[in-house]
Design a protein around this ligand. Structure first.
Ligand code: ADP
Ligand code: MG
Length: 150
């Protein structure tokens, strides 16, 4: 799917956020500046999270409450060893929350039986992004059909 502007990326995130529910794990992949945080901001909006969603790069993980579901937003870029991932205690919150992890590939897949990978790549100009949804197990395919039809 083509996302020509940052607003399109946020809108797409909002639509995705509306279909998310407790226990969902979403991994956002793509290079620095791809739009992972912008997409996470949209997901927060789709979950009716109050207040601003900003990059958790420095705090690594932030929990946004007060929306439809607790929204756990993680930036795993600086996480090294599996022990550092364990120390975040994401497994304690994953069942009751929506957990969205930037740079989570190879680090957090084990948190849930199924997860959705959202790949964001740069398109043919400075602004355009290409997003690809890759379901890993679970019933993601059926659930995402409503998104494609939006
Ligand atoms: N189509 C687009 N989708 C997402 N971001 C875009 C788009 N076009 C331009 N941008 C800009 O790219 C940057 C993406 O930053 P950010 O979301 O922090 O990326 P990441 O978290 O992947 O490092 C923002 O400055 C945003 O305004
Ligand atoms: Mg980011």
């Amino acid at each position: 799917m083509r996302l020509p502007t940052v607003e399109d990326t946020r809108d797409f995130g909002r639509a995705l956020g509306r279909v998310l529910r407790p226990g969902d794990l979403v991994l956002l992949s793509g290079p620095l500046g791809a739009g992972k945080t912008a997409l996470a901001q949209g997901i927060g909006a789709g979950l009716d999270v109050p207040g601003e969603v900003t990059s958790p790069t420095f705090v690594i993980a932030r929990v946004h409450r007060g929306g439809r579901v607790p929204f756990v937003h993680v930036d795993a870029y600086r996480l090294g060893t599996p022990g550092e991932v364990d120390d975040l205690d994401l497994d304690a919150s994953v069942d009751d929350s929506v957990t969205v992890v930037e740079w989570g590939g190879g680090k957090v897949e084990q948190l849930a039986d199924a997860y959705l990978e959202v790949r964001i790549e740069r398109g043919d100009d400075d602004e355009t992004r290409e997003v690809t949804l890759v379901p890993h197990h679970g019933d993601w395919s059926a659930r995402l059909a409503s998104l494609a039809a939006r």
